[in-house]
Structures are given as C-alpha cells and as structure tokens.
Design a protein around this ligand. Structure first.
Ligand SMILES: [Zn+2]
Length: 309
C-alpha cells in the first residue's frame, strides 16, 4: 500500500503541474490562488444541460503573456460555478464538422491574426516548399474551418471574444462584422490608468448590474476599434470613460470618443459576447471583471436570458 502511494504521488504532482495546453507555461500556484479568491460563488443561472466551452488561443501575430492566466481563469470560472466545462485547446481539429458540434460555445481568448492560416507564423517558407496538392488542401482546410465556425454561431451556438479576439481574422470580413470591429491600436497601454464605465442606461442590465453603476478603475491596455465597429449595432455594456481616464495618450484616431469595451449581440440564431479587457494578468483575478465574463458566457451558452436588442 505504502509503496503504491509513493509511486502515485510524484505522478499526481507532475500531472497537476502540466500546462493546460502543451507548449504553454503552467500557471503558477499564486496566480491560481488569486483567481480562486476572485471567483463568483455561483452561476447566474443553472445550466439547462451540461455545457462545454472551447477556450482557444491560437496566435498568428502577437502572443499575450497573460494567455495561461486567462486559460486558468476561464477554466476555474466554469468549474467553480458549475456553469460549464472548459476545454482549453489550440487544436484546429476542434473546428472540423465532426468535432465542433460537441461545444455549446467557443471562446477566442487573446487570439491574433489568421488563426486558421494554412501555415503558422514564421512557417511560410516550409509551406511554400510543400507539393502543390498539399498546399491546396491546407488552404481549403483553412476556409473550411472558418466556414464551420460561422455556421456554428449562426446555427444557434455561442461565441465569446476576449481582448485581442478583435485583432484576429482580418482576412475574413464576416468575422469583423460579427465581432463589431477590428483592432485599431491601443492608445492606452498596459500601464495606463483607465476608468471603465457602465454604458449609460445599462446600469440594470444583468451582465453589469453587479457594478452598481460604478466605474472599474485599473491599469489596462484599452483598444480603439475601426470599421466595421458601430456601437449602435450592439447592446453596449461597458465603455472607456474619457472623463476619468488618462487622455493625454498617443495614437487616438477616433474623433467621436466612442471607445466601447464590452457588448453582446445576436448573430444569426447565435449569440456573441465580447470584452476587450484581458491584456494584463490582473484582469483575470478582478472579481468584477470575472462576473462580467461569467454573465456574458452564460448568455452566450444559451442559459441566461438577458436583454439584447
Ligand atoms: Zn493586449
């Protein structure tokens, strides 16, 4: 008996230290403790059935250092509240038609660039050296996986975008339409003090009601979005408060001060939730932000009805 335990214990420890996705650094214990302390105790609504959320973080551009923290937070958020089971994976095969249907929603957590590209970042030379038939098949696969994602959402499932999900798939205008805009620089850098306000009139919206109409103040990289961004086409929930944020920053191109941060919208029969907060690690252990994430995710999963039109 003793011998068995002695053998099993190192295996258990090794498993606990394994990163969520091969190739990602493991989230350390202090980070997990901070997330745990910030998690909401319960879901906003009981899931109608067991829910599965794909948390996907392929990058074909900038790769955020906070991805492992975000992966841990979204995993723990589902586990703690019972709202969903997170499948943290960068495997493109999940977007194949025989696999995608197992998910109730897909989350692009800090993805960048063409996540379905026929070749990964820096691998163009290798791709070009492939036989023509292989290249053609890889290009067809990229188009197929994107089409599957669009059909998934429009067919009634959920899509969640965190932070650089809007710095993704510039080559697919339909994606930009669904997300409501593309990244257009971040005048507010990671270390800039910013204040995020509830969209006026939305103080009682269930996803942001816990804020009591109060601003969230922290240092965070805040995006400016370009076309097809249109804050009137979505149910805006959070935006940058220009009256309480540092505004003598460089790179502001929008002249209308319309800096939306989080919104929901319907897309076909499906539901899309976006929140641009998520550059810095501390965002993933901010109790107020985690509640916004949970509310948006539960709505996207189809378990929590909130006003959207
Ligand atoms: Zn960022």
């Amino acid at each position: 008996m003793k011998k068995t335990c002695a053998l099993l214990l190192p295996v258990a420890v090794a498993l606990a230290m394994l990163p969520a996705v091969i190739g990602e650094p493991a989230t350390d214990a202090p980070t997990r403790d901070r997330i745990k302390a910030a998690l909401p105790d319960k879901a906003f609504a009981a899931p109608k059935e067991k829910r599965k959320l794909l948390v996907f973080s392929v990058t074909n551009g900038f790769r955020h250092g906070s991805i492992p923290t975000g992966q841990a937070a979204l995993g723990m958020l589902g586990e703690q509240t019972g709202a969903y089971e997170a499948v943290v994976s960068n495997d493109l095969a999940h977007f194949e038609s025989d696999r995608i249907g197992q998910f109730d929603a897909i989350c692009f957590l800090n993805t960048t660039g063409d996540v379905f590209a026929p070749y990964a970042k820096g691998k163009k030379k290798e791709f070009d050296a492939l036989p023509a038939a292989e290249k053609k098949a890889a290009e067809a696969r990229a188009q197929r996986l994107f089409a599957n994602l669009m059909a998934f959402v429009k067919g009634g499932k959920g899509f969640i975008g965190i932070h650089s999900a809007t710095d993704t798939l510039y080559n697919q205008p339909e994606y930009g339409e669904m997300m409501n805009g593309y990244f257009w620089g971040h005048p507010w850098n990671a270390g800039t003090p910013v204040s995020i306000k509830v969209e006026p009139g939305q103080e009682n919206h269930p996803i942001v009601k816990h804020l009591g109409g109060k601003n969230m103040d922290f240092k965070e990289e805040i995006y400016q979005l370009k076309d097809p961004y249109d804050s009137k086409k979505v149910r805006m929930l959070l935006r940058l408060d220009p009256t309480r944020s540092k505004m003598d920053v460089r790179g502001i191109k929008r002249t209308d001060a319309d800096f939306g941060v989080s919104w929901i919208r319907e897309w076909g029969e499906g539901r899309v939730f976006y929140c641009s907060l998520g550059h810095n690690d501390h965002i993933y252990w901010n109790p107020d932000v985690l509640k916004v994430y949970l509310g948006g995710i539960q709505w996207a999963l189809g378990d929590w009805e909130v006003p959207v039109q």
